[in-house]
Design a protein around this ligand. Sequence first.
Ligand code: NAG
Ligand code: NAG
Length: 287
Amino acid sequence: MAKVRHSRLQAKKWSTVTLVLSVSIMLTVVLLMHLGLGIFSLPINNDDSSPNVLTSYRRMTFERGNGLGKRGEQWTEVLSWEPRASLYHNFLSKEECEYLIKLAKPHMAKSTVVDNETGRSKDSSVRTSSGTFLKRGQDKIIRDIEKRIADYSFIPVEHGEGLQILHYEVGQKYDAHFDYFNDEFNIKNGGQRMATMLMYLSDVEEGGETIFPAAKGNISAVPYWNELSECGKKGLAVKPNMGDALLFWSMKPDATVDPSSLHGACPVIRGSKWASPKWMHVEEYKI
Ligand SMILES: *[C@@H]1O[C@H](CO)[C@@H](O)[C@H](O)[C@H]1NC(C)=O
Ligand SMILES: *[C@@H]1O[C@H](CO)[C@@H](O)[C@H](O)[C@H]1NC(C)=O
C-alpha cells in the first residue's frame, strides 16, 4: 500500500515538473515570436557618442500596407529640445517621394516669402527656390501621407496647410527664418503655425542642410559633422536624406512662439534638393 502511494506521489511530482517545463517552453516560444514580429524589443543601449544632443530610440512600427511602396526601417532621432525637433527616418517610401515630385514638377514657380507688414507674398533674395502647393487631401496617396503626418505629430489633418513641394538647385537656399507669423493677416486662418513636418524627397550630394542656428546644445556633436558644408556648420544641422522627415515646433508647449526654432536651408553645392514642408496650425485651417 505504502509503495503504491509512494509511486503515485512520484507520478504527481513528475507531472508537475512536466507541466512547469512545457509552460516555460511555451512562454519562451511566445516571447521569441513577439520579438521576431517586433511587437516589443529588448532595450537598445544608445549612450555611446553624443550625450544630450542626439538621443535616438527605436520606434516600433508595423507595415500596415497603407501608402505607396515599401518604407525602409523606421526609427526616430530626437535632435534637440530647444527647439523641439525630431527626425523620422524612412517616413516616406522612395515611391512616395518620386510621386510627389512628379505631381509638382509641371507647376513649379519661384518661391516667395510673406511680407511681415502686409501679410502678402513677395519675391525675395532670402529664398531662391521654386515651389508649388498641392491640395490637402488631393488624392489617396497624399491622404495617406497626411494621415501619417497627423499620427506622428499629434496634430489633426484639418490643421494642416496643403503640402508644399520645393526644389533647390545648385546655389539655391532659404536664409534663416521663422515659420510662425509676425502679422495679423496670416493668422486669421487657423491661428499661428505651430509645427512643421519637413520631408526630404531626395538626397543631396553636398550642401542643402537644414540648420537651426539658435539651437541650444553642442552642434558639433552630430556624427556627420565632417560631411557638412560650411553653412551647415553654423547651426544644428540635418542632412537631407530621401524619405526622412524632420518635425520641429515653432511654438513651445505653453503656446508662445519659440525663437529657437529659427531655421534655414543651406545652399545646395552639388546635386539638387527636393523637399516638402507641411505647416500645421493651432486651429483648423480652412482650404
Ligand atoms: C518685419 O521684419 C523686419 C526684418 O526682420 C523687422 O525689422 C520688422 O520689425 C518687422 N515688422 C513687423 C511688423 O514685425
Ligand atoms: C562637442 O562635441 C564634440 C564631438 O563630440 C566634442 O569633441 C566637443 O568637445 C564638444 N564640445 C563641448 C563644448 O562639449
